[in-house]
Each structure stands twice: as C-alpha cells, then as structure tokens.
Design a protein around this ligand. Structure first.
Ligand code: KG4
Ligand code: ZN
Length: 343
C-alpha cells in the first residue's frame, strides 16, 4: 500500500523531516546545527532550542520538495529514542500536534532500528539489491557501536556492542586531541585520505566475544601525542595526515575484526553497515575488500542515510504502518538504549 509517511528525526543535533511514499523517497531535508561547533560537542540545551527553531521550516521544506501538502500525509513517524530528552521532546510534541490536527496515526520509531532499516529506502524505479534476512548490521554512530543480527524488520538482536566509547566518539575524541573541529569523524576521514596509515601503530583492545572497547585507544593516542609534543611542539601540525590515517586504520581494524568473528559464528554472509561512521571512506573500502575476501554480500548506505536523517525514520514507520503498530498520545521519549524491547 503506497501511503505518504512523514518522518521526523530530532534525537541529537540534526533536525530532519522526510516524505516517503511506501518505501520510496520523495524528500529528506536535514538542518545541521552549527551552534555546537565552538563547544567541541553537542550542548543539549542549545540543541533543543535549535530544534524548536528548525522543525517547522524543515517540515515545510520536506513537503514542498515532495510536491505535496500536509493533507496528503497519511501517517507520521517520529524518533522516540534513544537520544537527548529535550531534543526528542521537540520532535514528539510536533508529531502529536500534527497527527491530532490531521486525524492520522502516530508511529514511534527506535533510532537504532531506523539506522539498520535505512537500507530499505528506495528511489523511484531503483533496482539496487536490499539485504535479505537474516543479515548482520554494524551500526556505528556517535553514541553507539553495535553488531545487530537482523531476522526481520523489527526482529533485531544486539550480539556485540561497545563496553565504553562508541566508534564515532573515538573519531571525535581523537580529532579533539589533535585540535580539530567537531564532529571530528569527517575531518579525520578527509585528512586520512592523504596520510600514511602505517606510519604510527596503536594497540588494539583485547575484549572477549563480539564486544568492542575504544576508551583505551583514546588514552594511548593522548599519551603518545603528549610524549611526542614534549620533544617537538609542532608534532601534530607536521604529522596531521599520517596521525589521522593511522588512528582511522586502527579503528577500522577493530571494527572489522569483530564483524568477521560475528559472521563466522553466525554463518551469516549478508553484512551491512549503518550510522554516521558508515560514511567513513576507509570503512567503506574495508567492507568492499571483505566482500571479495570473505565472499560476503556487503550493503553500504547512501551518504545521506548514514548520518542522522528522517528518511530512515519514515521507512521504519512505513513497515510499522503495514503492521498497524500505532502509538498512543501518552507516548514519552526514552534517552537510553535498552529501555525498549528488541534493541
Ligand atoms: O549517526 P550519527 O549522525 O549520529 C548519532 O546518532 O550519533 O553519527 C555521528 C557520528 C559522529 O561521531 C561523527 O564524527 C561520525 O558519525 N562520522 C564519521 C564520518 N561522518 C560522520 N566518522 C568517520 N568518518 C566519517 N566520514
Ligand atoms: Zn544516529
């Protein structure tokens, strides 16, 4: 059934609205919040205020781009959590008011499930293959790092996750140590493309099972630079690209090793990546290499669906719409992962 779904995402520092017809994309508008740039991270109070300012223009722009009006929308899907409570509240309040005013169903979506389901967003007449169930999805963002076994749209099991920092945080913290702006992931990625990944070696954590740890790497990077700066105050500036390439290489190696292990243990060779860090060119190349060497079917999200976006919320909403899984008006946000069954 081809219904128009409006998706709303406001879990962190991006305000986004998207229109899908079924699982076909019609618009995906993202307003980034530049207000956090000077603070080296997201300031929750500033994020909520910026969402308030952005949400109506972003929705209007999504409707205009899709060439429809609000009266064409048949259901609204919003991010319930995990995320910053103040930010989530802006999206939820808008969603409740919009659906009440138009008399249409309200659908709650888990942000992490939506990252996984971003692989099912389609363009008109697109024939690109989608992952078939069961598949593994490495979901790597600024707040989370998980290996998820996906048996159906909403049957997901986390089989490995970070015990401390997320992979995106490792990129962001390494960038901060080097004096680079926030978010550091894209900056490191760009610098790494002209650097030597073998120049500096950093030790990998020794964690059992499919779990990850990144906090030790951050500390060893910090101490390494502190020692080098004592010998040469210009060390970071004169080795920027090699440092970025080397830290990126070890983060990717850590991510890939556990993913390989998970594939071996489950026997699953359908493997996807999702979340902000899935935009990383080194990780994308590594996945394509594993596709060849391990005989995997690898699925890389389009760049606009890697980082936070409302199209992934709308597509998850569409599959819930088909199951008639609607939310009631007293639905409240949740800030942390695990407050909700499934993932
Ligand atoms: O999924 P996302 O947009 O927001 C969260 O839900 O956290 O992910 C943001 C994270 C940030 O840590 C950012 O540095 C990282 O994704 N990121 C990247 C790249 N683009 C975004 N990390 C490495 N390379 C990139 N190209
Ligand atoms: Zn995210």
């Amino acid at each position: 059934m081809a219904v128009y779904i409006l998706g709303i995402e406001s879990s962190c520092d991006d305000t986004s609205a998207a229109v899908l017809k079924g699982n076909i994309i019609h618009s995906n508008i993202i307003a980034n919040q530049l207000v956090h740039k000077n603070f080296g991270g997201v300031v929750p109070e500033l994020a909520s205020r910026a969402h308030l300012q952005n949400i109506i223009p972003v929705v209007e722009s999504a409707l205009t781009t899709a060439n429809i009006t609000k009266y064409d929308i048949q259901a609204l899907a919003f991010t319930r959590g995990p995320g910053l409570l103040g930010s989530l509240l802006v999206g939820i309040s808008f969603a409740k008011a919009f659906t009440q005013a138009l008399g249409i169903p309200l659908i709650e979506v888990d942000h992490m499930q939506a990252h996984v389901l971003s692989h099912f967003i389609r363009k008109e007449n697109e024939t690109k293959k989608v992952p078939s169930f069961p598949f593994l999805c490495l979901t790597v963002s600024g707040g989370h790092t998980q290996i998820v076994r996906v048996d159906d749209y909403f049957e997901m099991k986390v089989i490995g996750q970070t015990i401390d920092d997320a992979a995106g945080e490792a990129f962001d913290k390494a960038a901060k140590i080097m004096g680079l702006p926030y978010p550091g992931g894209p900056v490191i990625d760009k610098l790494a493309s002209i650097g030597d990944p073998g120049r500096f070696k950093f030790s990998k954590p020794n964690i059992s099972g499919h779990d990850y740890s990144f906090s030790g790497l951050k500390t060893s990077f910090l101490y390494f630079l502190r020692d080098q700066l004592k010998l040469n105050p210009d060390f970071i500036e004169s080795n920027k690209a090699d440092l970025a390439a080397s830290i990126q290489a070890v983060i990717i190696e850590i991510l890939a090793e556990k993913l390989i292990k998970a594939s071996e243990h489950t026997g699953i060779k359908e493997v996807a990546i999702a979340g902000g860090v899935s935009a990383n060119s080194g990780l994308r190349n590594k996945m394509l290499e594993l596709q060849e060497t391990r005989n995997w079917n690898v699925y890389l999200p389009e760049f606009q669906y890697s980082t936070d976006n409302a199209a992934m919320i709308a597509v998850a909403g569409y599959y819930k719409y088909l199951m008639k899984e609607f939310a009631s008006l007293d639905v409240a946000p949740y800030s942390r992962i695990g407050n909700k069954a499934g993932i």
